[in-house]
Design a protein around this ligand. Structure first.
Ligand code: FAD
Ligand code: EPU
Length: 337
């Protein structure tokens, strides 16, 4: 257990907030002992810290999830069922699946973070969301220590959303294991999104396999997104907003070239927030230690030494400007602590 510790190495934004205490959690027993011994101490569960923004020092104990383990619990000719502990690295799990030619998560390669956090906001990229392969999520109640399993349906997954992200549940459940179903055959690769087809074509790959798709995704991501080891960030700062057909029509009158995507709901469309922020002139703008990334307007960055409040102030200015220019309200994807 560490006392009065800087959280800078524990969040990809590189914010130098302090925690009163930090415990490296290597087992469920250890977690339960802390809950028992310190019932009144405020607690923060932390994975890799790639989707948090610290606005203040944390007056309590940070529980850094390092619980490891992975086991195949069922296998047939078509699929495998695998249980993975929450402290495992998400990307390492993807690489394991890709190496074994298990399909389902290759489009989610290189997303930072831990397996236990993946259900929290239903991580997604390149036309796939983790909900597509989750069977169930196993949790421990942070007050009663009772285990509870949520089926896929009970997780209420949505776009960058789940039951665990709701204000009334946040911090209440420690996700300690996730059960995934991955595919061995009769599996259709998803190559239709973004530049995947283009990259495969450039490489003259006509009949791609799971590994080819993962490599294409990694290549695209490396070219687009800043590496948090070099420049502090938490990926997309805002969610892409949804608009009605009428709102889209109004926007198209002023901005005929506005990109949009269909959603699974009729007459509801998704607009890339990066495009709105870019068109509004924010891309590449720097204000002291904070700024909007020059290649991806949806990514706010810490050039070094920024406070969480400085990042939040910039985010609020962008929210106001987008509201004023397009009558669209941006919602942060990042969790404010
Ligand atoms: P943390 O930041 O540690 O935690 C996030 C939240 O979950 C916090 O509120 C925390 O308290 C809570 N939490 C953490 N662990 C647990 C647990 N075990 N049980 C319960 N609650 C918990 N996301 C995408 O969806 N798609 C992308 O393509 C993507 N690209 C990114 C690219 C970059 C460069 C970066 C920096 C981030 C990107 N992200 C993306 C966001 C981020 O990687 C994901 O949200 C990831 O799942 C966060 O995992 P983490 O372990 O770092 O979570
Ligand atoms: N765009 C611009 N200017 C920019 C950035 C984007 O015009 O500065 C336009 C692009 O030209 C493109 C569109 O916006 O037409 C979408 O851009 P991109 O493909 O880069 O994806 P995104 O919508 O910005 C989303 C996710 C990412 C995910 C990618 C790939 C959200 C909030 N973000 O980004 O997830 O990796 O798609 O699927 O849904 C994250 O959640 O942290 C994250 C990085």
């Amino acid at each position: 257990m560490y006392k009065d510790i800087s959280l800078k190495p524990y969040n990809t934004f590189g914010i130098d907030a302090k925690a009163d205490w930090l415990a490296e959690i290597d087992s469920e027993e250890q977690l339960l002992t802390i809950i028992d011994d310190m019932p009144d101490m405020p607690k923060l569960i932390l994975g890799q810290g790639s989707n948090v923004l610290f606005l203040n020092d944390f007056k309590g104990i940070v529980l850094h999830n390092n619980i490891l383990g992975k086991r195949i619990v069922d296998e047939n000719e078509d699929s495998i069922t695998v249980k993975v502990k929450g402290g495992e690295s998400w990307h390492d799990f993807v690489l394991w699946a890709v190496d074994n030619n298990y399909g389902g998560i290759e489009n989610l390669a290189l997303i930072p973070g831990k397996v236990g956090t993946a259900p929290m906001q239903n991580i997604g990229a390149y036309g796939v969301e983790v909900k597509d392969v989750i069977e169930s999520v196993h949790t421990l109640n942070m007050t009663t220590c009772q285990p509870k399993t949520f089926t896929n349906e009970e997780c209420a997954f949505g776009y960058r959303d789940s039951i665990f992200k709701q204000p009334e549940n946040k911090g209440q459940y420690f996700i300690n294991e996730v059960t995934f179903k991955l595919y061995k055959r009769n599996y259709r690769l998803k190559t239709g999104y973004g530049a995947i087809q283009q990259v495969l074509k450039q490489k003259h790959i006509k009949h791609p396999g799971i590994k080819d798709v993962a490599q294409a995704v990694m290549e695209i991501r490396r070219s687009k997104l800043p590496d948090p080891k070099k420049i502090g960030n938490a990926g997309s700062f805002f969610k892409n907003p949804f608009v009605s057909q009428q709102q889209l029509k109004n926007l198209q009158q002023n901005y005929p070239q506005i990109p949009y995507y269909n959603t699974d709901k009729k007459d509801i469309y998704k607009i890339p927030a990066g495009w709105l922020i870019d068109q509004a002139g924010w891309k590449g703008k720097r204000f002291g230690a904070v700024g909007v990334h020059p290649n991806q307007a949806l990514v706010l960055v810490n050039y070094g030494g920024a406070t969480g409040q400085e990042v939040k102030d910039l985010a609020n200015k962008i929210i106001d400007d987008i509201q004023h220019k397009y009558a669209i309200t941006l919602t942060p994807e990042v969790n404010f602590i």
